[in-house]
Design a protein around this ligand. Structure first.
Ligand SMILES: [Zn+2]
Length: 361
């Protein structure tokens, strides 16, 4: 696919898609613009994974196949009346990040890059490492001092190099970009690289297929927004081609004291929180997230740790073991306003329990 460009979300400047171009010269986040074809109404018989939706994904099928780990269509389970959970914790490396990571590794393959560099100590780095290992590419993961050893075990197991950056998460980001500028490779930041959202778009396509319609509301934890923005782009595409009349209301779930979207960062100077997967103090795409939530008629919902622990236990007791960050989305259901509009609600469960096991109360 050649008809694809990056466009700055702030100043509108267009760029060629290259490995070195991740943000605009003005500092603004970039988004992908491409001429997408129309997805057939019936996708029966196609393989699962990103290639199922090739008409709507700006990547080459051969590159996606080269890093494919047998991505399934994650199950959509009915829970209570009109409430479903989307089981993204069952993707290849145990989180929704597999969707975007597959897209970034495919991009690296297309651009002829053999190395990816990322600053993350969590699920994004694990997902990237898994898909890169499948394709035979090398990954350097830069983590800040004190990153949880548990999450590094999985990253190292896939063969990625781990570099420790003295300081904070921001220092890790600076070191990652320095490595890219000095050694080369693709900066595979899930918060910044626009192609990550090409992968997370498939969440929307799968839900549309599984429900036979677009849901009224979707609920998901939000840190850097790499799922929410992909889901918004996916449903926007479905609306454009006439498969949805409305974009579902997007509910962004954050933790009290770590809620960048509401401006409450009162716990951000403290230790790593229970919901470490959404502990992002300054999301690079914050304005895009707020705009998407507002356009959809959705909301930002803030949950407390005790709500999360309760939801974690209730899900596990019903056979669904997810990490606390994922359980936050289930906890948020009880915080929706009483007059919330009716219709199917889909809650994403985006990370497996083994990612961060805690004792149930
Ligand atoms: Zn710009």
């Amino acid at each position: 696919m050649n008809d694809r460009r990056y466009a700055c979300t702030l100043c509108g400047v267009l760029y060629e898609v290259t490995a070195g171009r991740i943000v605009c010269d003005c500092g603004g986040p970039l988004r992908l613009v491409a001429d997408f074809a129309v997805l057939p109404e019936n996708l029966y018989g196609r393989p699962f994974g990103l290639t199922r939706y090739m008409e709507a994904i700006a990547l080459d099928e051969s590159a996606l196949m080269a890093c494919d780990l047998g991505m399934s269509m994650s199950p959509l389970l009915p829970m209570e009346e009109s409430i479903f959970v989307k089981c993204d914790y069952r993707l290849p490396s145990g989180s929704f990040k597999d969707r975007g990571a597959a897209a970034l590794v495919a991009l690296a393959i297309e651009l002829g890059e053999t190395k990816l560099v990322v600053d993350s100590s969590g699920n994004a780095a694990a997902a990237l490492s898994a898909h890169a290992a499948r394709a035979g590419l090398n990954v350097t993961v830069v983590v800040p001092t004190g990153a949880p050893e548990g999450k590094l075990v999985q990253i190292r197991a896939y063969g990625s190099d781990v570099e420790i950056a003295p300081g904070t998460r921001a220092d890790a980001g600076r070191l990652a970009r320095k490595i890219v500028s000095e050694v080369g490779g693709l900066y595979a930041s899930h918060g910044q690289n626009p192609f990550f959202l090409e992968g997370t778009k498939t969440w929307a396509f799968e839900v549309w297929e599984q429900l036979g319609e677009c849901p009224a509301t979707v609920v998901m934890p939000v840190g850097s927004g790499s799922l929410l923005l992909g889901v918004h782009a996916g449903f926007s595409y479905l609306r454009r081609i006439g498969r949805c009349s409305e974009i579902p209301r997007l509910v962004a779930v954050q933790s009290r004291g770590w809620a960048a979207l509401t401006g409450d960062l009162s716990r951000a100077d403290g230790p790593t929180p229970l919901t470490d997967g959404i502990a992002i103090a300054n999301p690079f795409r914050k304005q895009e997230i707020l705009d998407a939530v507002a356009e959809s008629g959705g909301a930002v919902v803030v949950v407390d740790d005790e709500d999360v622990i309760g939801a974690y236990g209730r899900l596990a007791m019903s056979g669904i073991w997810v990490e606390p960050t994922a359980a936050a989305a289930w906890a948020a259901l009880e915080r929706l306003p009483d007059n919330w509009p009716p219709g199917p609600i889909v809650v994403n469960l985006g990370g497996a329990g083994y990612k961060k096991p805690i004792a149930s109360s």
